[in-house]
Design a protein around this ligand. Structure first.
Ligand code: PLP
Ligand code: COI
Length: 365
């Protein structure tokens, strides 16, 4: 047992860690979300005791009771971040403090205990350190880190649970979207919405994604890579995609992105692009933008480019838009120069290719 500031991590390395040649083979073409590293970190929380039992150990299944609260009421939150092999020879994380803060905010919204940001950061660093052999070196590849927390109490009454497990796992990943296309196609859902005012859209909780899957399936059935959600009140304003934020590039070279209205996820990539753009002298307008205006502006040429952004998606051009009333193309349907500039600058900083004037890169010793 310990109080928040005294968490001591017990380290029990995997007794049978994957040999280097097998890791190398797995890293050749990892795709997204299937190639898991050897270890995991866990920290437990119990009412009255607080955070305790911090451990780095071999990745293994949890044993949970059928009455485990998360299985019934979905009290669960998560984060997504990446570790890179920098071209400067160092291993780095991108703005991990921002993930730690958002994790705490998600916990607060979901009536879960707030893990101190220092403990979140230490857990992530310990996993990256012990599983550093799993970080792919190839451009576009990285170690995707998934911190998450769930209600682990066995109890069927509806209230905030009294026991939780925080866990971090990691997974070697390549690009989120199928390689070979310079831009993706999106489906605009006119039927389903992701989040309403007062709801949980602002939190990174599993339930948001569960509710979005039907729209993502609809998108796939229409031959699209991702779904675009409109606001719940009017079905008019563009909010975000199923797993990323969205930016529009206008003909005067400026950017526009939906504001943080309380119903979209405050993306760390989104925030970084806003700061990057300011440094490049590119204006960013954070104001509501309707689907109707997007369609008209794409036709008139006022919108030159559109891109999605997020940890998994990085910066990905949107080339084609399908909706119940038809489809339209953005620019020439490929990646435009502003999208390319933003992507090159962001990934340059993340991978240590160019200087980081913002202090975003966090080296792992
Ligand atoms: N919006 C949603 C719904 C997401 O799942 C994500 C990905 O985490 C984002 C936006 C982008 O957030 P970030 O840039 O912090 O990864
Ligand atoms: C991320 O970008 O980290 C996400 O959680 C989104 C998901 C599409 C993987």
């Amino acid at each position: 047992m310990s109080t928040e500031n005294q968490l001591q991590f017990v380290i029990e390395p995997h007794a049978n860690a994957t040999p280097a040649d097998q890791i190398a083979a797995k890293l050749v073409n990892p795709a997204f979300g299937r190639v898991f590293s050897d270890h995991m970190v866990t920290i437990r929380w119990t009412e009255g005791t607080g955070w305790h039992d911090a451990k780095v150990e071999a990745r293994r299944p949890f044993e949970i009771d059928p009455a485990c609260a998360v299985l019934h009421y979905a009290q669960e939150i998560f984060e997504g971040m990446k570790a890179y092999h920098g071209e400067d020879g160092k291993i780095s994380l991108f703005r991990p403090q921002a993930n730690a803060r958002r994790f705490r905010e998600s916990a607060e919204r979901m009536s879960m205990p707030q893990l101190p940001e220092a403990a979140f950061l230490e857990a992530v660093e310990k996993l990256v350190d012990i599983d550093r052999a799993w970080i792919p070196a190839a451009e576009g590849a990285s170690l995707y880190i998934r911190p998450f927390m769930f209600a682990s109490e066995s109890f069927l009454g509806v209230r905030a649970a009294h026991e939780y497990i925080f866990c971090v796992i990691a997974c070697a990943v390549g690009p989120y979207f199928k390689p070979g296309k310079s831009a993706v196609t999106v489906w605009v859902s006119d039927k389903y919405t992701r989040a309403a005012s007062g709801g949980t859209g602002v939190a990174k909780c599993g339930g948001n994604y569960a509710a979005s899957l039907i729209a993502q399936t609809e998108a796939s059935n229409k031959g699209c890579d991702q779904v675009v959600f409109l606001d719940a009140a009017e079905h008019k304003w563009i909010e975000e995609l199923g797993g990323m934020n969205v930016f529009f590039v206008l003909d005067d070279g400026s950017l526009r992105t939906p504001p943080l209205s309380g119903t979209i996820l405050p993306g760390i990539t989104r925030a970084s692009i806003i700061e990057l753009a300011a440094r490049e002298g590119i204006a960013v307008d954070q104001s509501p933008y309707s689907f109707e205006a997007w369609q008209a502006d794409a036709a008139s040429g006022r919108v030159k480019e559109t891109f999605a952004c997020g940890t998994a998606a990085v910066v990905t051009a949107i080339g084609e838009v399908r909706h119940a009333g038809g489809e339209f193309r953005i620019g020439d349907g490929g990646e435009g120069p502003v999208t390319q500039l933003i992507r090159t600058r962001l990934t340059g900083i993340q991978r240590g290719r160019i200087a980081d004037p913002f202090g975003w890169v966090h080296h792992v010793a």
